[in-house]
Design a binder for this molecule. Structure first.
Ligand code: HEC
Length: 153
């Protein structure tokens, strides 16, 4: 009886050691945080673009360029954000769905479709061309999120 209790204690403290190891931040956390920062910079572009689309603000090429520059900086490491071992973080929470790694070609295609639309938006020089090109960018974000991102909360 006593022996059994000891074994249970030994087993559960071993469990704690394993848990403590898993709770250390690591390389998957770095990639997850970097891709979330990239996504937040995408959000920065939206913050400039949406009020223009709603007619609340005039087209502002300089503000849009500043948001795109931040996006470029934050997303420069894109190719390194999605390694197989980043499906889960060591400590960081991720909303990336396993479908990304089950269908990497589909995920890359969704990224490519967004990128193509975004190139057209970046070429916009006035309100009319901006309004004509922005919806495809928004659709690019949405299409990828629907398939590859768990909703938050
Ligand atoms: C190719 C797919 C893809 C495209 C395109 C894409 N996203 Fe995401 N997005 C994701 C994935 C996957 C996550 C979850 C990342 C994670 O939690 O690890 C995410 C997360 C986010 C988040 C939450 C970030 C956080 O802090 O947790 C925001 C905001 C976001 N995306 C905005 C955008 C916007 C705006 C666009 C378009 C301008 C966009 N995304 C385009 C795949 C995409």
């Amino acid at each position: 009886m006593f022996e059994r209790v000891k074994t249970v204690i030994a087993a559960s403290s071993l469990g704690l050691v394993v848990m403590a190891t898993a709770a250390l931040a690591g390389p998957a956390d770095d990639a997850i945080k970097a891709r979330q920062a990239c996504m937040k910079a995408h959000g920065g572009v939206m913050a400039v673009a949406v009020p223009v689309m709603k007619g609340e603000k005039p087209f502002d090429a300089a503000a849009l360029k500043a948001a795109h520059d931040k996006e470029d900086a934050a997303c420069a490491g894109w190719d390194g954000f999605w390694a197989e071992n980043t499906m889960q973080g060591e400590t960081a929470e991720t909303w990336a769905k396993p479908e990304i790694w089950a269908d990497m070609a589909g995920f890359q295609a969704a990224g490519g479709a967004w990128y193509e639309a975004d190139q057209k938006l970046r070429a916009a020089t006035d309100e009319a061309s901006f309004k004509a090109t922005f919806p495809a960018v928004g659709k690019g974000c949405q299409d990828c999120h629907e398939k590859f991102r768990r909703p938050k909360g």
